[in-house]
Design a binder for this molecule. Structure first.
Ligand SMILES: [Zn+2]
Length: 279
C-alpha cells in the first residue's frame, strides 16, 4: 500500500444555511444606525434654507420695484424638498433598526462561525440577518410607506408657504389648490378677488384677520375699527356679511400672499399694456 492510496477521511465542508452575524459587524450596524449626526445636519440645513428664503422674501417685499425671481424661490423649494426626502429616508432606516425582527439580532448571543461551531449551525433554519434587512427594506417601498413622505411634505409649513408663493406669482387671481385633496376631485378653480371688499379698489396694503381669514385694505378696516371703538358695544364685527366673527386690531396681520398676488397681477398687467403700447 502506497501513501497515495491511504484513505483520507472526507469531511463535508458545506456552509450552513444560517450564518450567525459576526459580533463586530453587529456592533458596527448598531453604531451606524444609532448615528444622530445625519438628522442633526438635516435640521441645521433646513433651518438655514428657511432663514435665507425668509430674508429673500422680506427683501423683495420691502422693495416694491423688485420682482420675485421664480428660479430663486424654486431652488429654495427644491432644496427643502430634498432635505425632507433625506429625513424620510433616514426615518425608514430608523424604523428598520427598531423593527422587532431586526432588533432581535442585536440582542442575540451567538458564537461566531468557526470550524468548531459549524456543525451546531447546520441544523438551524431561520432567516439570515441580511435577508431580514432586505425584507424590511423592500417592505419600506410599499405605498404605505411612501405615504409617509407625502405626509411629511404636507406637514412642512414653510415648504407649503413657498409653494403657495410660487403659485400666486404664476396665478395671481387663482385659488391655491388644496394639496391635501385628491387632485382629480380638486376642480374648484375659483377666482380670488384682488379688491378690498370695503372700497372695491385694488389692495395696496392688505391685512388679514387671523380669526376669520378675511382680508381688507389696512386704512379701511382701521376706519371700521375706530367706529367700532366709538360705538356703544365697543366691538367691530367683520364687515363680511356672511361672517359672524369680531375683528380686533391685535388679530390683524399683513396678508403676504395677497401682497404678492397684487404685485404679480400688476406686473403681468403692465407687461401686456407695454406690449399694447408698442403695437
Ligand atoms: Zn370675517
Amino acid at each position: 500500500m502506497s501513501d497515495s492510496e491511504e484513505e483520507v477521511p472526507t469531511m463535508e465542508l458545506k456552509l450552513p444555511d444560517y450564518l450567525p452575524l459576526k459580533s463586530e459587524l453587529m456592533r458596527d450596524f448598531e453604531k451606524s444606525f444609532h448615528n444622530r449626526t445625519i438628522p442633526d445636519i438635516i435640521k441645521v440645513q433646513t433651518r438655514q434654507i428657511q432663514e435665507a428664503a425668509e430674508k429673500y422674501i422680506q427683501y423683495v417685499l420691502e422693495h416694491p420695484q423688485l420682482d420675485f425671481d421664480e428660479s430663486i424661490l424654486s431652488s429654495f423649494e427644491k432644496s427643502l424638498e430634498n432635505l425632507i426626502r433625506s429625513e424620510f429616508e433616514f426615518s425608514k432606516l430608523e424604523a428598520i433598526r427598531k423593527n422587532p425582527s431586526v432588533s432581535a439580532f442585536a440582542s442575540r448571543e451567538e458564537s461566531d462561525l468557526t470550524l468548531d461551531s459549524l456543525e451546531s449551525y447546520q441544523n438551524i433554519t431561520k432567516p439570515n440577518f441580511s435577508d431580514v434587512i432586505e425584507e424590511q427594506y423592500l417592505e419600506m417601498k410599499s405605498p404605505k410607506y411612501s405615504k409617509g413622505y407625502k405626509d411629511l411634505i404636507h406637514k412642512h409649513k414653510f415648504y407649503n408657504y413657498l409653494n403657495d408663493i410660487l403659485f400666486v406669482i404664476r396665478n395671481p387671481e387663482d385659488q391655491i389648490p388644496d394639496e391635501n385633496e385628491d387632485e382629480e376631485l380638486n376642480v374648484s378653480g375659483g377666482k380670488i378677488s384682488l379688491k378690498d371688499p370695503l372700497s372695491l379698489n385694488y389692495y395696496s396694503d392688505p391685512v388679514r384677520s387671523k380669526r376669520c381669514k378675511h382680508t381688507f385694505e389696512r386704512s379701511n378696516i382701521e376706519e371700521q375699527l375706530k367706529r367700532g371703538e366709538a360705538s356703544r358695544e365697543r366691538i367691530t364685527h367683520c364687515p363680511i356679511a356672511a361672517c359672524s366673527q369680531v375683528i380686533n386690531r391685535a388679530d390683524l396681520e399683513a396678508d403676504v400672499l395677497m401682497i404678492i398676488r397684487i404685485r404679480s397681477f400688476q406686473r403681468l398687467h403692465n407687461k401686456t399694456r407695454d406690449v399694447d403700447t408698442v403695437i
